[in-house]
Design a protein around this ligand. Sequence first.
Ligand code: SAM
Length: 301
Amino acid sequence: MARTEDDNWDVTESVGATALGVAWSRAQENASECPLFTDPHAQMFIDAALARGWQLPPAYMLERIRSITDYAASRTKWFDEFVIAAGANGIEQVVILAAGLDARAWRLPWVDETVVYEIDQPKVLAFKAETLRANDVQPAARYVQVAIDLRQDWPKALRDAGFDDTEPTAWTAEGLLPYLPAAGQDLLFERIHELSAAGSRIAVESFGAGFFDGDYLASRREQLRQLREESGADEEENVFDVEDLWYAEERTDVTEWLTGHGWEVTSTTAADLMDRYGRAGAAESAGTTPRTEFIDARRVC
Ligand code: SAM
C-alpha cells in the first residue's frame, strides 16, 4: 500500500481504486430521488469492475463513502458547472487532470468544437475506454485520452496529443492533489501555468491549511474506526483508509500561488458549497464536512 515515486496501478488497485470509490458514490447519487446531477455511466464502471473480480470495499468503508456522498455530489455538480460556464465563455479546450472515471465528456452538453483531454494512468483510462465501448456509449465532445502519470512529462504528452497552448484552456483538478507529494503539486501548477494562454480557467479542489493537520487526520481515522466497529467488521481485518495513499504534507496555498501568478481567484469552502446545493445538514451534524476549498480562477495576464 505504501506509495513510491513511480508506482502505477490498475483501476481496481491502490490509487486507481479511489476512482471506483468516486464512481460508486456518483452511482448512488444518480439513483437517488433528487440527484444533483445524472451520471448513468458510474454504474457501468462499477458493474465492469465487479465483473473483473473487483469486490466492493467492506461495509464500513462504503459507510464512510456514503457519509461523504453529499460532499461528493456537491463537488461533482460544482465541477460540472465550472466546465459548462467555461464553454459558455468561449473556451473550447478542456483538460481533466486525473480524470479517473469522470464521465463529463460523455454526459455534459458541450459547446460544438469542444475538445476534452483526459489525463490519468494508462490502465485506468484503458478500463474506462473498454467499459464505455462495451456499453456502446459515445462522447458528447471530441475526446482525447492522454495516458500518462502526472509525475512524468505530461505537458509533452498533452501537446503530442494535439493540445494547443495558444488557446485558452479550462483545467480541472478534482480528487487529485493529496495523491501528489507537496513538491509534485507545486510542479503541477507551474506546468499548468506555462500551458495556459490568457483567459484560461482552472477549477481546483484544494486541500489547504489545516487539512493535513495531525489532529484533524486523527479525528477522521477515529470516525472510520467507529464505523468499522459499528459494522461488526472482523477485528483482524486490516483497516484500509484512503489516507494511506495520500501524501500528508503541508502544501503551497493554491489561492496565493495562483494570485501571485496573474490569476483572478475566487474560492468557496466545502461547507459553503454544500450549503449552496442544500446538502450541508447531515455532514454538519456528523462533523464529516471535509476541510477543502473549491478554487475557481481565471488567468488574466
Ligand atoms: N477526478 C476523478 C473524479 O473525481 O472522479 C478521479 C478522482 S480519484 C479520487 C483519483 C484519480 O487520480 C485516480 O483516477 C488516479 O488514477 C488519479 N491519479 C492520482 N495520481 C495520479 C498520477 N500521479 N498520475 C495520473 N493519475 C493520477
